[in-house]
Design a protein around this ligand. Structure first.
Ligand SMILES: Nc1nc2c(ncn2[C@@H]2O[C@H](COP(=O)(O)OP(=O)(O)OP(=O)(O)O)[C@@H](O)[C@H]2O)c(=O)[nH]1
Ligand SMILES: [Zn+2]
Length: 296
């Protein structure tokens, strides 16, 4: 039988769903491999009318993943843009935002922030102040209100998705589902179709899925997660993933300075001088600590 090309649109355990010219095929890997991610372009061999085996994964342009000291988890492949959804309320954590930004820098993915719920005016000034930290680092911030101004929200975000392969991430309650429903009108139906195909009707809402956009491009919705471990990043990758460290790198007394507590460290000096936010350096220290715990 001849090989087909498909895009992985959902993953659940070792079961995958591939879109082949608009048709959904249930797929499995050969053996016990679980190295397939949503967004992967795969070569398939059909085994029945609606089933296939994944023979090969095409080379990835990008790969986003997170890891703890024991294992890593693929988030999505071939993503070109990542949007971190934050909101005026409930409060968001800078830890998750910065971890996502670091993951993007390491993977070569463009990162944007979406500040949702701008209609909650009492919390707006504070939220703006908090996202300004990231805007000042060069990350675009887009203000929207999915609920109060849905048309405007689509007008702001749709052009940013065109021709891109984007992923939306965010803590629970930020309004990510509301945004997906605005941007992909048929999302609910697609989720139902995917749930059925993957799980024979059982309710599964906690899987990553990819929607093809009418204007070209794809949007990946990932379930909310609490942990965004980056144990797989080396110290060299980490210092480069904090974009504001760049101008100061190379100015330390020791060529192999880890920028933790060394004397005459230009990064620590920049923190002292207020040129690097202490919160960001604290996260850098935390990530260096985590990556030194790696067991594999
Ligand atoms: N005021 C206001 N509320 C919003 C807005 N967008 C979403 N919400 C509300 O915020 C709550 C969370 O929205 P969801 O879209 O379910 O958020 P989510 O980020 O997908 O959250 P989980 O489903 O918990 O992962 C809901 O009660 C929404 O109605 C907005 O622009 N303004
Ligand atoms: Zn240093």
């Amino acid at each position: 039988m001849k090989e087909m090309l498909g895009t992985i649109v959902a993953a659940h355990g070792r079961h995958y769903l591939a879109d082949v010219d608009g048709r959904m095929l249930q797929c499995v890997t050969r053996g016990k491999k679980t190295n397939v991610a949503v967004g992967d372009i795969v070569h398939l061999k059909r085994t029945s009318d609606d089933q296939a085996v994944i023979e090969k994964i095409d080379e990835r342009k990008t790969l986003l993943y997170r890891s703890d000291q024991y294992k890593s988890k693929l988030l999505a492949a071939n993503v070109t843009r990542l949007f971190i959804v934050v909101a005026t309320e409930p409060g968001f954590t800078d830890d998750l935002v910065s971890r996502a930004l670091v993951a993007c820098e390491a993977a070569g993915v463009e990162a944007h922030l979406i500040l949702n719920k701008t209609d909650v005016e009492a919390q707006l000034p504070r939220a703006r102040e908090r996202v300004k930290v990231y805007a000042d680092l060069g990350y675009p911030v887009h203000e929207v209100s999915a609920k109060r101004h849905p048309e405007q929200t689509v007008a702001t975000l749709a052009p940013l998705l065109e021709g891109q392969s984007s992923i939306l991430i965010g803590q629970s309650g930020m309004g990510k589902s509301s945004l997906v429903n605005l941007l992909v009108p048929e999302a609910d139906a697609a989720v139902r179709e995917i749930s059925e195909a993957l799980d024979a009707g059982k309710h599964t809402t906690t899987f990553t899925r990819l929607y093809k956009l009418p204007g070209g491009g794809a949007l990946i919705d990932s379930p909310g997660f609490q942990e965004f471990g980056l144990y797989h990043l080396t110290e060299g990758m980490l210092e480069r993933a904090f974009v504001e460290f760049g101008p100061h790198l190379g100015g330390c007394k020791f060529y192999n300075c880890r920028h933790l507590a060394e004397p005459h460290c230009s990064i620590l000096q920049a923190v002292e001088d207020g040129k690097i936010a202490r919160m960001r350096h604290d996260l850098y220290k935390q990530l260096v600590h985590e990556s030194s715990q790696t067991l594999y």
